[in-house]
Design a protein around this ligand. Structure first.
Ligand code: DLL
Length: 433
C-alpha cells in the first residue's frame, strides 16, 4: 500500500517542478522572516526573486548545527511565537540542546510523512502500534504518534522504560507493529527469552526502527529473534524528526519524502555537490515547513542517493541505509574506522552477542582501540584457553578487515549497559582530555 500515491509515484519532471515552485516561495519567506538568512543572502548578493529552480540550490549557503546553537533557542524560527504550537529539542553531546518548533500545519505535515512511513512498512488501521520511542522533547514518540493515529492504527503510547511491562502489554494487547530504536528492539528480544516468552506468543509482524545507525547484520538478528520484518526509518529533529525517509517492504533503500525535504549529497571537505550514486554527506532543504524551514542543513550523515524506481512502484529518491556520520568516524592511527564496521564483524560471529563498546585512548602518543564485547552464554567458558582463542579470532577478524589492531576484552553476558533509547557505543577518551 502507498499512502500518497500521487506524490510518492510522481514522475521526476513534475516533481522537480513542484520542488522548484516550493523552493522559490520558501526563499522569500526566509529572506523576509529570518534575519539570519537575510544577512546570508545579502552577503552573497542574492535577491529572493533570483531563485526559481532546484538547480540553483547548489549556489545557496549551508546551515549547520552551530547556526542553530548560535541562535538558541528560537532565533531561526520563521513565524511569530504565537504560531508555534510545539517545541522539541535534541540533546547533543556538548553544549545547549538543538531546539526545533512546529506550527499547526507543520504538525499536519509531520503526520502525513509518518502516515507514509507506516504505510510503507505495511501498517494500516487494523494494526496495534506499540510506540516505545521516548515521548517528551525527543521527536521519536510524539512524532510517530500523530502519524499512527492518522492511518487509524490503535496506538499504545508506552514510551521507553520498564521492559517487563512493555513485553507484558505487547503480548496482552496483541501489538502488531513495534516502534523503537534498533538497540532497544534487541534488548526487548533478550528480555523476552529471559522471561521464558517466545516470539510465537506475540502478534508482532513488523518493526519500524531508527534514530541510530544499525547494520544489516543487526537487522537479521532482530528479524530472527522477534520473527518480524525490520524496517529502517530515518529522520532528524532539525528537518522534522522521524518521517524524513523510510524503507518499504523491499528493504532496499529509504524513500526520501522529497516533496517536503530536498536531499543533496555533498563532499564534506570541498562542499561540492556529488553526482548521483556517490557517497557523501546528506544535506536537506525544507521547502514546506513553516516554523523552522532550514536551508541546506548539513546532517553529517553519510549515504548515497538513487533516483532509480523501486520495485514497490515509488519513484521518489532513495537513500542508502545510513551507516555512519562524518563526525562518528574514528581516526585510529590514521585509519578511518566507523563503529558500524566493527559491529558487522562482531555480529557475523556466532560466539559474540550484539552488545559491544569501543574505547579509544592515546597511550604514549599512540592511539589504542579496545573492543569490549559480550560472549554468548554457551561460549563463555571457565577455560582460559578457549576464551583466549576466541579473543585472538576477533582480533584477527578486525585486523584483516580494517587494518588496525585492537585489544579485545571478552565480557560476560549483561555486562554492557542496555539502552532504551539511542545506544552509546563509543567512548573516545582522547576527546575527553
Ligand atoms: O533520531 C529522529 C528519529 C526518531 C528518527 C525516531 C527515526 C526514528 P535526532 O535525535 O535529531 O532525531 O537524531 C538525528 O540520528 O542525524 C542520524 O545521525 C541518526 N539517525 C536517525 N535515524 C537513523 C537511521 C531522531 N535510521 C540523527 N539510521 C540523524 C541511522 C539514524 N542513523
Amino acid at each position: 500500500m502507498i499512502w500518497n500515491e500521487f506524490i510518492e509515484c510522481m514522475d521526476r519532471e513534475r516533481l522537480v517542478k513542484l520542488q522548484s515552485e516550493r523552493l522559490a516561495v520558501m526563499i522569500h519567506r526566509l529572506y523576509f522572516n529570518v534575519p539570519f538568512y537575510r544577512r546570508l543572502f545579502q552577503e552573497r548578493g542574492i535577491e529572493p526573486g533570483d531563485i526559481k529552480s532546484v538547480e540553483q540550490l547548489k549556489d545557496l549557503p549551508f546551515t549547520t548545527k552551530q547556526d542553530l546553537r548560535d541562535n538558541y533557542p528560537f532565533g531561526l524560527f520563521a513565524v511569530p511565537k504565537s504560531e508555534v504550537i510545539r517545541v522539541h529539542a535534541s540533546s547533543g553531546t556538548t553544549g545547549k540542546p538543538t531546539v526545533v518548533g512546529y506550527t499547526r500545519r507543520d504538525i499536519d505535515l509531520w503526520s502525513e510523512v509518518i502516515a507514509r512511513t507506516l504505510t510503507a512498512a505495511g501498517g494500516g488501521n487494523t494494526d496495534v502500534l506499540h510506540i516505545a520511542y521516548g515521548y517528551g522533547l525527543f521527536t521519536g514518540g510524539l512524532g510517530i504518534h500523530y502519524g499512527a493515529e492518522k492511518i487509524g492504527a490503535t496506538v499504545i503510547p508506552i514510551s521507553g522504560g520498564n521492559t517487563q511491562r512493555q513485553l507484558q502489554l505487547m503480548q496482552d494487547f496483541g501489538s502488531t507493529i513495534l516502534a523503537c530504536t534498533p538497540s532497544y528492539a534487541l534488548y526487548l528480544a533478550e528480555a523476552m527469552s529471559e522471561a521464558g516468552m517466545t516470539a510465537d506468543s506475540f502478534k508482532l509482524k513488523v518493526g519500524v526502527f531508527g534514530a541510530e545507525p544499525w547494520t544489516e547484520e543487526m537487522r537479521r538478528e532482530i528479524e530472527n529473534k522477534l520473527k518480524i520484518k525490520a524496517i529502517d526509518i530515518y529522520g532528524l529533529s532539525e528537518v522534522i524528526g522521524p518521517g524524513v525517509a523510510s524503507e518499504c517492504m523491499q528493504q532496499n533503500g529509504l524513500h526520501v519524502f522529497e516533496d517536503h525535504f530536498i536531499p543533496e549529497i555533498i563532499d564534506p571537505q570541498t562542499l561540492e555537490v556529488l553526482p548521483e550514486g556517490q557517497t557523501g554527506e546528506l544535506v536537506f532543504t525544507c521547502i514546506t515547513k513553516e516554523a523552522l524551514p532550514l536551508l541546506r542543513y548539513r546532517t553529517r550523515d553519510l549515504t548515497t542517493l538513487t533516483t532509480e524506481k523501486c520495485a514497490c512502484g515509488r519513484t521518489i529518491v532513495r537513500m542508502q541505509k545510513c551507516l555512519g556520520r562524518s563526525d562518528d568516524m574514528l581516526i585510529i592511527r590514521g585509519v578511518n574506522v566507523f563503529p558500524s564496521q566493527i559491529e558487522t564483524i562482531l555480529l557475523e560471529m556466532r560466539e559474540t552477542k550484539p552488545y559491544y563498546l569501543l574505547i579509544v585512548d592515546r597511550v604514549n602518543n599512540l592511539d589504542v582501540l579496545e573492543v569490549w564485547v559480550e560472549v554468548e552464554g554457551e561460549f563463555f567458558s571457565d577455560e582460559i584457553k578457549k576464551l583466549e582463542g576466541l579473543k585472538k579470532k576477533i582480533q584477527h577478524n578486525i585486523e584483516s578487515a580494517l587494518g588496525i589492531s585492537a585489544n579485545v576484552k571478552l565480557v560476560e553476558p549483561k555486562t554492557i549497559e542496555r539502552s532504551e533509547g539511542k545506544s552509546k557505543r563509543v567512548i573516545d577518551k582522547r576527546k575527553l582530555r
